[in-house]
Write a protein of this length. Sequence first.
Length: 202
Amino acid sequence: MISAIVLAAGQSRRMGCQKLLLPFGGQTVIAHVVGAVLRSAIAETCVVVGGGRDRIAEALAGSGVTYVTNPDPAGDMLSSVRCGLRALSPRTEAILVVLGDQPGITSTLIDEMIRAFTDAKDGIIVPVHAGQRGHPLLLSAVYRDEILTGHEDVGLRGLLHAHPDDILDLSVATPAVLSDIDTPQDYRRALARVSIRAKRKP
């Protein structure tokens, strides 16, 4: 089975408010992201939260995801990834690490990454657009212990650097893999992209 860890423990300092609860596409940012994950072939979804667990859980009410709290939400992303890893089923064969503030990702993208993992048997799938690597990342569970015990201060970048021959750079059509929401300017750009896509639909 393939599981997902959605990272939602950040403190949104640059945004000035809880960015994951901002409205986006008729719902919240985090609901938009989790919805894409749940519509994909992912079998299990764990959301890693920080101090705002109740508000995040309210935004995701009825989704069926599980939650784990990062006791150090001010820590780096690796600390949240580790919290999520410890909460996943031991039957997990691969882990999709998803940024909670990346609402441009879709279930189609996630399923494309899963197919690449299944077909190619590479241990790490990285989406690439216009020559740039982005997120989410799909990692074989064989790296679980290494992530739990190593790569301090460098996070998952350290894993990529340690295993360059295990990486499949998957070329994708969407630039969404390069965009997350950290600032009010990022949020406005993301809303504009959604508006443009909505206008293009018949």
